[in-house]
Write a protein that binds this ligand. Structure first.
Ligand code: UD1
Ligand code: UDP
Length: 355
């Protein structure tokens, strides 16, 4: 039995491609959902749209601090993994669910495959960095989305476990976007906003609203529930409604999100996934975190950082936004593989006798 452990929106999107690839080859699989994300539009919608079978269990570990989520997930995972006793556990990305899965599976001596291994921000104040380092070092095989991730793992002495597969999100993106991708008309700036660094502080949130205002053009923001709750908690929710060029919606499913990105003039985000997908969809990215996650996109100034709390940086972002245009398919960067990452992962698992 191969057990996938997931719990967050981006993990469902990554899981889809690998689940279907393993299914094609007849492997027996099940899915454990930690429950870290639990709203219908943060979880169920992805299972429906991407045709992923129902998880065998939902551990309902969502809500609360890092330790609370991680600890609840660990307790539930230990029970489930002892019951199922899989031959391999597959973990995705860098969330508290990923960390919980890594610690529990390693201590039960179950081999671990880590999808999206190797990205580093080199800042331990970033919670995802802690999760990714721990998970990579507890895993038995590491699937890297890009060359920089391979190099990071080499520096940490993990190159013996690392495989360059390309990015699995590109596999899922192509199944939804169609291949070749369409070159749509540009409509608006598409925004996503949820990271701890941008939601834990009132002044920071207010500065992000001001940044949106300064960009002037229509900004569509499917809003993460965390961001909405924080705006409400800081008394900024009404203010957000008065930013006349900002259209806030509920979080959208992946099909709608891909459509939004395919029509985006520019993407404004603090999401690791969305900032990378900007290169698939042909819209450049203003990135609202001072973290170097996708170094290749940053190097060619596709991904352009903005500090909403610096006047100079906001003025620079305005210039970047003014020049932004949709980029034709042939001119989009190609740092993240060819959309066949899942097939490479299955081959690597077979070669290492892990499945
Ligand atoms: C988590 C991940 C982050 C990832 C993101 C993907 C960690 C440390 N962070 O951040 O790396 O980018 O998922 O979206 O694991 N909430 C709801 N409904 C939901 C989900 C969340 O209301 O369905 C609210 C709850 O108040 C919750 C808060 O959002 O406490 C934060 O959720 P959590 O999963 O802890 O963190 P994310 O910001 O989603
Ligand atoms: N996404 C989505 N609906 C939304 C916002 C994002 O389907 O309303 C998708 C997005 O296209 C990407 C993934 O969710 O594939 C990214 O998730 P998120 O930004 O929550 O997490 P991160 O990538 O930062 O970990």
């Amino acid at each position: 039995m191969i057990t996938h452990i997931v719990g967050n929106r981006p993990q469902f999107i990554k899981l889809a491609a690998l689940y279907h690839e393993l299914d094609k080859e007849g492997y027996e699989q099940n899915i454990i959902h930690s429950g870290q994300h639990y709203d219908e539009n943060m979880s169920d919608v992805f299972f429906q749209e991407l045709d992923i079978p129902k998880p065998c269990v939902n551990l309902e570990a969502g809500g609360g601090s890092h330790a609370q989520v991680t600890a609840r997930a660990m307790i539930g995972l230990e029970e489930e993994l002892i019951r199922v006793n899989p031959g391999l556990v597959i973990l995705y990305g860098d969330t508290n669910t990923t960390l919980a899965g890594a610690v529990v599976a390693a201590k039960l001596c179950i081999p671990i495959a880590h999808v999206e291994a190797g990205p580093r921000t080199h800042q331990k104040t970033n919670p995802e960095e802690c999760n990714r380092i721990a998970t990579d070092h507890l895993s038995d095989i590491l699937f890297c989305p890009d060359g920089i991730s391979m190099e990071n793992l080499r520096r940490e002495g993990l190159d013996g476990l690392a495989c360059m597969t390309g990015d699995i999100m590109y596999d899922t993106y192509l199944t939804i976007a169609g291949q070749p991708d369409q070159e749509e008309q540009e409509e608006a700036i598409v925004m996503t906003w949820h990271r701890q660094e941008n939601t834990a502080d009132r002044a920071r949130m207010e500065s992000i609203l001001r940044l949106v205002e300064r960009l002037g053009e229509k900004v569509i923001c499917p809003m993460h529930p965390r961001t909405k709750k924080c705006l409400q908690q800081y008394g900024l929710w009404e203010k957000a409604q008065t930013v006349r060029n900002l259209e806030i919606t509920e979080p959208v499913g992946y099909v709608e999100m891909v459509k939004l990105m395919q029509r985006a003039k520019l993407i404004l985000t603090d999401s690791g996934g969305v900032s990378k997908e900007s290169s698939f969809a042909g819209a450049k990215c203003l990135f609202m975190l001072d973290l170097d996650i996708w170094g290749d996109l940053e190097r060619i100034d596709w991904l352009h950082k903005v500090d909403p709390q610096s006047e100079e940086s906001v003025a620079d972002a305005q210039r970047f936004a003014l020049q932004a245009r949709r980029v034709p398919v042939a001119e989009r960067p190609k740092f993240y593989g060819d959309g066949h990452a899942a097939a490479r992962m299955v081959r690597a698992l077979q070669e290492k006798n892990l499945i």
